[in-house]
Design a binder for this molecule. Structure first.
Ligand SMILES: Nc1ncnc2c1ncn2[C@@H]1O[C@H](COP(=O)(O)OP(=O)(O)OP(=O)(O)O)[C@@H](O)[C@H]1O
Length: 395
């Protein structure tokens, strides 16, 4: 029974429910060891909680993988607990509401707000892809719009069983494995939903296809406005064939460029191979079988565009440092998620292999050598004068 005051893992004291997810209530909790406020969330398991051991193991492993990611646009997972009644995620507490709730209440987002938000989500997802982490359930319900204006994606790896089909990639709907490329599709569907107020392929993800308008393919002008450039990018992200989608890193570059009022560089949008643990052949075959080709049908336009307050600048570069897994899966903080390029390896003289530093010749050591040589010459000269003087005396 989950009640106020319950102690999870001998460490996290539940204090009050803050929302309801598919696995049950999400709680504010106090970490008794480091005196920190956290969010505690029960992971939604298959068939109302009757998970097999294998399903439990997979869910725990994916949650542990998620704990390796440190990014300011991803909710940090501090700990993963297996309690009697299931799996609990102990996460960073983010006062927020979900993007799904926001859109349900306020309608669509403006194109400019959508790209700003999208760039931040793509930054976190690209950083995850670099670590080989697939989200598996990118959708508006897993995007938190923080009260301070930030945007953070949550539920890395643990939401796949309940991923809304409207945001699933065709190859996943067809039974294939979720991949970095399917995350790109799901992000595209999420941004499409934000800007159009409807999902691109209908509630089951199987309708004919999105209406991205003529702007998606027009190339007669060199526009820099989000309303024109976003549909073009979404057309690529929502490609039926996963091999034809841009990588998440390219999406981040393109969204950042559009957010800043620039045209994405040509290399940012074209398809690129995906880095992942994915069976691309399997995904590709599944995609071919997916019923997504067809003519576009105009989506419903139910809501007026609503402005959203977001932090102005998306993160400049996604590149967190990998973090070693620990037995308790306690997160180790990476203080600076921003990638700092490695300085070139140099020795004390400024050149060569770092191992040469011990053998390096510096101005100070050159001076010492010269002094020693002068001293030796002086001693030698004194000795010769002494010998000469002695011989003269003897004569
Ligand atoms: N880390 C967090 N910190 C603070 N509030 C959170 C956190 N995660 C979720 N919430 C809040 O809890 C509520 C439900 O969020 P949740 O992500 O569980 O929704 P869901 O996606 O519908 O559920 P599920 O992931 O179980 O399917 C939302 O109001 C959300 O703002």
């Amino acid at each position: 029974m989950t009640t106020e005051g319950r102690l999870l893992g001998d460490r996290y004291r539940l204090s009050q429910p803050i929302g309801r997810g598919r696995g049950g209530f999400i709680w504010i909790a106090q970490d008794q060891r480091v005196h920190r406020t956290v969010a505690a969330k029960p992971v939604a398991l298959p068939q109302g909680g009757t998970a097999t051991d294998t399903e439990l193991e997979i869910a725990v492993q994916r949650a542990r993988d998620a704990a390796r990611l440190k990014h300011q646009c991803a909710v940090t997972v501090y700990d993963v607990l297996v309690e009697g009644d299931g799996i609990w995620l102990i996460m960073e507490y983010v006062p927020s509401r979900t993007m799904a709730d926001f859109l349900a209440g306020h309608g669509k987002l403006a194109a400019q707000d959508t790209v700003t938000l999208g760039a931040q989500l793509a930054a976190a997802l690209a950083a995850a892809a670099e670590l080989g982490i697939t989200h598996r359930a990118v959708e508006p319900a897993n995007v938190l719009l923080a009260d301070d204006g930030g945007v953070q994606i949550t539920d890395f790896g643990v939401g796949a069983l309940h991923h809304d089909p409207a945001f699933r990639a065709p190859e996943v709907i067809a039974g294939g494995t979720a991949t970095a490329a399917s995350d790109v599709f799901s992000l595209g569907a999420t941004l499409y939903f934000a800007v159009r107020g409807a999902t691109p392929f209908g509630p089951l993800g199987t309708d004919p296809g999105p209406d991205l308008g003529s702007a998606a393919h027009a190339d007669t002008t060199a526009p820099t406005d989000a309303a024109t450039l976003l549909p073009r990018l979404l057309a690529d992200m929502l490609a039926t064939n996963p091999m034809e989608r841009p990588s998440m890193g390219s999406c981040w570059e393109a969204l950042t460029a559009i957010a800043e009022g620039r045209q994405p560089t040509p290399r940012a949008v074209p398809p690129q191979p995906h880095q992942s643990s994915v069976n691309e052949a399997e995904s590709s075959a599944a995609a071919t079988a997916a019923p997504r080709q067809g003519t576009a049908s105009p989506p419903a336009q139910p809501h007026p565009t609503t402005p959203i307050r977001t932090r102005p600048a998306p993160p400049p570069a996604p590149a967190p440092q990998p973090i070693a897994a620990t037995s308790s899966v306690a997160a180790q903080h990476t203080p600076d998620w921003h990638h700092q390029p490695m300085p070139p390896m140099m020795n004390a003289a400024g050149t060569g292999h770092p191992g040469d530093a011990a053998r390096a010749t510096t101005p100070a050591s050159q001076n010492r050598t010269a002094m020693r040589a002068l001293l030796a010459i002086a001693v030698l000269a004194a000795a010769m004068v002494g010998i000469l003087f002695t011989e003269l005396l003897l004569v």
